[in-house]
Design a protein around this ligand. Sequence first.
Ligand code: SAH
Ligand code: SF4
Ligand code: F3S
Length: 477
Amino acid sequence: MPNPMPNPETPTAPAAEPGAKKLFIKTYGCQMNVYDSERMAEAMGAKGYVLTDRAEDADMVLLNTCHIREKASEKLYSDLGRLRPLKLERPDLKIGVAGCVAQAEGAEIQRRMPLVDIVVGPQAYHRLPAMAEAKGPQVDTDFPPEDKFDHLPQRKSYRGPTAFLTVQEGCDKFCAFCVVPYTRGAEVSRPAARLMREARDLVARGVREITLLGQNVNGYHGEGETGTWSLGRLIRQLADIDGLDRIRYTTSHPNDMDDDLIAAHGEVPQLMPYLHLPVQSGSDRILKAMNRKHTRDQYFRLIDRIRAVRPDILMTSDFIVGFPGETDQDFADTMDLIRRVGYGAAFSFKYSARPGTPAAEKPPVEAAVADVRLQELQALILDQQRAAQAAMVGREISVLYEKPGRLPGQMVGKSEHLMAVHVEDPAGGVGDLVRARVTAAAANSLAAVPVGVSAAEQGIGAARGIVFRPAPIRRDL
Ligand code: SAH
Ligand code: SF4
Ligand code: F3S
């Protein structure tokens, strides 16, 4: 029987003990959900569950959902429909819905889909194991006073040399289009000492790159031993952990880029020269209507300051087209902003009216107009992305290997600028951090050879079988 829900996100589970219960998790949405899925897997692991990547083998299926756009949240219902035959065949199969749709719709999900046993909101994950053992339908969408992360087991497994670490959750910004303040609640920062401990544990398990996560990660203001720590402070302390070679953070709000964080980009070598700084629109009128609380000029000035301390930084962003009231001129301003900034990549979306948000009350832009704008914007971004990738050809970069490539002798990893790189390196292993020279660029990936390979060997395939390999480096700048 074909897998009803192929899931590339589920880590390959270690061989299960005979008789162990199996858990299938499908993750939608942002990296924070990926992190949460890992933590829920650990929590259920403590109850004897092991992960499976096939829903039809599972004793429990958990869908960790996203509510950000209508399409994202409707996916839940199509996936639940696909699970129906499995549930009919095996009524004791537990089906759980976690994440932002769970928070937004709560018990309504069970009314619409009675096959759902558990609905658990993002702040109640530590209660999942007890809910899984309880009889009858379970719903928990509380924002409990206790920190769920304190009540979840320590992270024991990791998937390789890179890891996410949630440092901050929730959002108080209330952009007019966005559901996050309602689904994730108010901004809460985790205490610095716990984060330092979790980071040290990850590094001890072989992690070399940590991406700090938060809906407004640069708004981080965690309790430290000596007063409140900002994100800049946290990054500087993390950089002191021996063996932590790379630090990234996402997603940032332009208004929270403080002086110390900007300075850290120029001073902390482990902080990668890459910044995702969503702007959404290039029109002052629309920025105001979106409640973003900054102007296009303020955004330009901010980027100038960041580039002054770190000229090679690669900027990426998010854009929404077709926000209610967006005129041709507003859209032209967005295109102009993109041309002026020059991005390495961007996510762009057609505005989706979300229930309960202020913008949803306003008359929408005609769908056909928004479609054309989206295509134009994506074409411009793709041009910029290609140019950024092509500019890497001939340059020496550092690559952290994450997995073997499809071709023999090939390793795949990420550059400092978060570009995917295929390296001809038969002696390479997952977790190596190597220097390599870029030989070719496509829109979404680079090809490279380890530095030290002669020019003659740099022909296609010629690097295979090389004896020399550079020593993995500790610091990559
Ligand atoms: N905290 C981040 C964004 C989180 S949501 C920030 O402030 O930038 C990720 C992206 O989804 C947003 O940047 C926005 O571009 C997009 N998005 C959010 N709500 C949307 C909506 N209602 N319609 C279309 N795109 C939306
Ligand atoms: Fe949503 Fe705005 Fe908060 Fe980002 S800053 S999560 S877009 S409300
Ligand atoms: Fe989606 Fe919730 Fe993340 S709405 S983008 S999963 S915070």
